[in-house]
Design a protein. Sequence first.
Length: 125
Amino acid sequence: MSENTDRYETAVARYFEAWNAGGPDTLTKAVAAAWTPDCTFTDPFTDARGHEQVAAMIASVHERFPGFTVRPLGTVDGHHDTARFGWEMVAEADGSAPVAGFDVIVLDDEGRIRSVYGFLDRVPA
């Protein structure tokens, strides 16, 4: 059980490394480390496929929300090749978190993310 828990937590840690990567080169490398080349990322606003589109989506969120970091909210829960976790976008300036949700990820045999299914619980008006 702990081996699987480590696998899920490692994948989710890589996910947050990508979301919080500084600069395009770091982002590109972080996405390649976390996701499979044929990955998908689907949420109410996005249907991205492949490293390039996932990196572009993350970059566009940071353009829309400058000065924010994405951090875990709660614990990671998983079984088989699937895990789920909560997250929130936090303003570095005042600690507010106007955006929050939870994601379900599907992993490949090496623990890289094959698919993300995102759900938004809190979004600004």
